[in-house]
Design a protein around this ligand. Structure first.
Ligand code: ADP
Ligand code: MG
Length: 244
């Protein structure tokens, strides 16, 4: 589904990504973890087109998306949420979802026809809030709205940057269930970044661990957590990285 090959990106003198290669299949939930500054958000920004890499290739369903702008990738089904919530705060909840749906209609009418906005709002607990301005919602509800807005794009690939940040335990449990529900119903590939390792381990089929711009481990949850390089990064004595 998604294949990225040898992506590198430098900001000034900082090597944010060094020859990162990664794939994610349809119906797979891949956890992207690693210390602060490891390059996780940059990688997601490169995939969604927000950041242009210095080198490397990105294909989605066999098609080269590396040269497309953000808009083109959204039309191709690359949907995302942001580490810091980015909603149209003055538009209503429903309007936020409609904007994404229109994008899908313009590119993939057949896919858009299978998406019903009312059903989505209902399914993820936003129906009663549909006519409120998005900016007036509680934090947890704004997080749900970001997710529903991404779903209205008819995602082929869903990128979630720290979706559980700031949620309480009940809310993150509900979020994990929602993401599993999306995998079952939409069947898209999902890449999720989060620092909450309980949340990640419960949710993900596969983990990719990054450190200092490189992938240091990629595999099933058990294999990754028994990998010495991963243990070094997470429980090592190095004070250069914090776990958050
Ligand atoms: P993570 O999401 O894993 O915490 P990031 O991808 O945000 O890490 O950052 C990786 C590195 O790239 C960090 O050293 C960060 O300071 C740097 N970086 C990220 N974005 C920018 C930017 N727009 N300009 C300059 N440096 C950046
Ligand atoms: Mg980040």
């Amino acid at each position: 589904m998604l294949a990225i090959e040898e992506i590198s990106k430098t900001f000034g003198g900082v090597r944010a990504l060094s020859e990162v290669s990664l794939s994610c299949g349809a119906g797979e939930i891949l956890g992207l973890i690693g210390p602060n500054g490891a390059g996780k958000s940059t990688l997601v920004n490169v995939i969604s087109g927000v950041v242009t890499p210095d080198k490397g290739a990105i294909t989605l369903a066999g098609g080269d998306i590396g040269a497309m702008a953000t808009e083109g990738r959204a039309r191709a089904g690359v949907a995302r949420t942001f580490q810091n919530i980015k909603l149209f705060k003055d538009l209503t909840v429903r309007q936020n979802v409609e904007v994404a749906h229109i994008t899908c209609v313009s590119a993939r009418r057949d896919v858009a026809a299978t998406i019903d906005i009312d059903t989505l709002l209902e399914r993820y607990g936003l129906a009663a809030l549909a006519d409120l301005a998005a900016g007036t919602l509680a934090y947890g509800a704004q997080r749900r709205l970001e997710l529903v807005r991404a779903l209205a794009l008819g995602p082929v690939l869903l990128l979630l940057d720290e979706p559980a940040a700031g949620l309480n335990e009940l809310e993150s449990e509900a979020l994990a269930e929602a993401i599993e529900d999306i995998r079952a119903t939409v069947g898209c590939a999902v890449i999720v970044i989060d620092h909450d390792l309980g949340f990640i381990n419960r949710l993900c089929d596969r983990l990719c661990v990054m450190d200092q711009g490189r992938v240091i481990a990629d595999g099933g949850t058990e294999d990754v957590w028994s990998n010495p390089k991963v243990i070094e990064v997470y429980v090592g004595t190095s004070t250069a990285h914090s776990a958050h």
